[in-house]
Design a protein around this ligand. Structure first.
Ligand code: FAS
Ligand code: PHB
Length: 395
C-alpha cells in the first residue's frame, strides 16, 4: 500500500504519539509506524512525574482531561540525608508544581485520542526502513499484516528511542554522540500499597540512594540504588523492603509495605546526539538524548521536543521553515540544561560505586552529605532546584 503524507513518524512512544496529535491539531497529515504491539508499548513502566511545562503542553492540545481528574499535583519533594528530611516547597519557591501521572497513563490517553480520531497509526510494523532523508521526498517502508507499505513524505521524524533506527541514518561524519555512564542502577518496584508519604522522598544514605514515589493513592513506586551488575533474581521482596526501610527511615515516620507487583533493574546513562536534524530527518525524545531518571526529565524532555518540533513542522509544511531550521539548536540548548541538572541530581544523591577506591568513596559520600546539607539550608539553592525540577520554559 502506498501512502502520501506530509510527515512520517517512526516510533509510537510518548514522543511519537504526541507529535502525531500535535500535527493533527494543525491539520497536518501524517503516518505513524511502531514496530511493537500497542499492548507492549502500554506495558512499559517508566516515568512518573510531569513537569508543569509538560502539563501545559498537554492542556494546549486538549489531551489532559484524565490527567487533571487522576493526576496528583505535588507542591514539592522531600530531600533526605541520613534520616534528616527537608521539604523543598516548589510552590512557595517558584510558584510551580509537578503532577504525578505515570507514563503508562500518558501513553494510554494519547493512544485513546488517536483511536477517537482514526489517525494513521500502525502498530506491529516490521522491517521499518526510512530512506531518502537527504532528498526532497524521503520515505518510510514497512510491512504490516503481511502487506508492504511505503510512505512518501515531506519529512521523517525519528521518535524511535535510544535503540531506534533513525539516529543511525545520520552520517557518521555529522553525528557525534557524547555519553556518560554511572556506577549505579535503579531497582524499581511497583507495590499495591498506599504511599507512606504525601510527596516524593529522595534519600541519600550510606547504603545508597532510595526514593519513594507513587502512581496513585493506592499504588506506590519505589526505587533503590544497586550496582549495575546486580541480578533482580537476587532481590527477594523481603530484601527489597528491608533496604527501603533502612534507606528511607526517618524519626517518627514509617514505611508501609505491601505486595510487590513488578520489579526490575534499569541502568543509568546520559547521552546526547550532536544534532537532531539532517536533511528531511528530525529526531525527538530518547532517539536524540537519554538522562538518568533522578531528575524525572526523560519523558518531559520528549514532550518538550515534540512541542517545538510539531509546530515547526506545521509551519514548514505551510512554507515557513524558520522554526524547523533552528529546531535542533533550540532543542539541544534546552537539553543540555536538562542533562546538567539530571547529572547533578544523580551525583548528589547516589553513593559512589565499588569501582571507586574506599578512601575516595568515603570522601565523595561525605562531600555529598555536605552538598545536600547546603541545599536544604539555602533558599537560593532550593529555588534553583525547584526551577529545574518543575521544568524550564519550552521556548
Ligand atoms: P520511547 O523509547 O518511549 O519510545 C520509542 C518507541 O519507538 C518505542 O515504542 C519503540 O518500540 C519504537 N521503536 C524503536 N525502534 C523502532 C523501529 N525501528 N521502528 C518502529 N518503532 C520503533 N523518564 C523519566 O522521566 N522518569 C523515569 O523514572 C524514567 N524511567 C525509565 C525507565 C526505563 C526502563 C527506561 C528505558 C526509561 C525511563 N525513563 C524515565 C525515560 C523514558 O520515560 C523516556 O524518556 C521516554 O519513554 C521517552 O519517550 P520516547 O522518546 O517516545 O521514546
Ligand atoms: C517515578 O515515579 O517513576 C519517578 C519519579 C521521579 C523520578 C524518577 C522516577 O525522578
Amino acid at each position: 500500500m502506498k501512502h502520501r503524507a506530509s510527515v512520517a513518524i517512526v516510533g509510537a512512544g510518548p514522543a511519537g504519539l504526541l507529535l502525531g496529535l500535535i500535527l493533527h491539531a494543525r491539520d497536518i497529515d501524517f503516518v505513524l509506524v511502531e514496530h511493537r504491539s500497542r499492548e507492549h508499548v502500554l506495558s512499559r513502566i517508566r516515568a512518573g512525574v510531569l513537569e508543569q511545562a509538560s502539563v501545559d503542553v498537554l492542556d494546549r492540545y486538549a489531551l489532559a482531561t484524565r490527567l487533571h481528574e487522576e493526576g496528583l499535583v505535588h507542591g514539592g519533594i522531600h530531600l533526605q540525608v541520613e534520616g534528616r528530611r527537608t521539604h523543598i516547597d516548589f510552590a512557595g519557591l517558584v510558584g510551580r508544581t509537578v503532577t504525578v501521572y505515570g507514563q503508562q497513563r500518558v501513553v494510554a490517553d494519547l493512544m485513546e485520542r488517536h483511536d477517537e480520531l482514526g489517525t494513521a497509526v500502525y502498530y506491529d510494523g516490521s522491517e521499518v526502513t526510512p530512506s531518502g532523508i537527504d532528498g526532497s521526498s524521503p520515505r518510510v517502508e514497512f510491512r504490516h499484516d503481511g502487506e508492504d507499505h511505503a510512505v512518501e513524505a515531506d519529512f521523517v521524524v525519528g521518535t524511535d528511542g535510544y535503540h531506534g533506527v533513525c539516529r543511525t541514518l545520520l552520517p557518521s561524519n555529522l553525528l557525534d554522540v557524547v555519553e556518560r555512564t554511572y556506577d549505579a542502577a535503579w531497582l524499581g518496584i511497583l507495590a499495591d500499597v498506599a504511599p507512606s508519604t504525601d510527596e516524593l522522598i529522595y534519600s541519600l544514605h550510606p547504603d545508597g540512594f532510595a526514593m519513594h514515589s507513587m502512581r496513585s493513592l493506592t499504588v506506590s513506586r519505589l526505587y533503590l540504588q544497586v550496582d549495575p551488575a546486580e541480578d533482580i533474581a537476587d532481590w527477594s521482596d523481603a530484601r527489597i523492603w528491608a533496604a527501603l526501610q533502612e534507606r528511607l527511615g526517618a524519626p517518627g515516620w514509617s514505611l508501609t509495605e505491601g505486595p510487590i507487583t513488578e520489579k526490575s533493574i534499569t541502568p543509568m546513562r546520559s547521552s546526547v546526539a550532536s544534532t537532531l536534524a539532517h536533511g528531511r530527518l528530525f529526531l525527538a525524545g530518547d532517539a536524540g538524548h537519554i538522562v538518568p531518571p533522578t531528575g524525572a526529565k526523560g519523558l518531559n524532555a520528549a514532550i518538550a521536543d515534540v512541542a517545538m518540533l510539531g509546530e515547526a513542522l506545521a509551519a514548514a509544511v505551510r512554507g515557513s521553515d524558520g522554526a524547523l531550521a533552528d529546531y535542533s539548536d533550540r532543542a539541544l540548548e534546552r537539553q543540555w540544561k536538562i542533562q546538567s541538572f539530571s547529572q547533578w541530581m544523580t551525583d548528589l544523591l547516589h553513593t559512589p560505586g565499588t569501582a571507586t577506591p574506599e578512601d575516595e568513596r568515603r570522601f565523595r559520600y561525605r562531600s555529598r552529605v555536605g552538598q545536600v546539607a547546603y541545599v536544604t539550608g539555602s533558599r537560593f539553592a532550593q529555588q534553583a532546584l525547584a526551577e529545574q525540577y518543575t521544568g524550564l520554559v519550552i521556548a
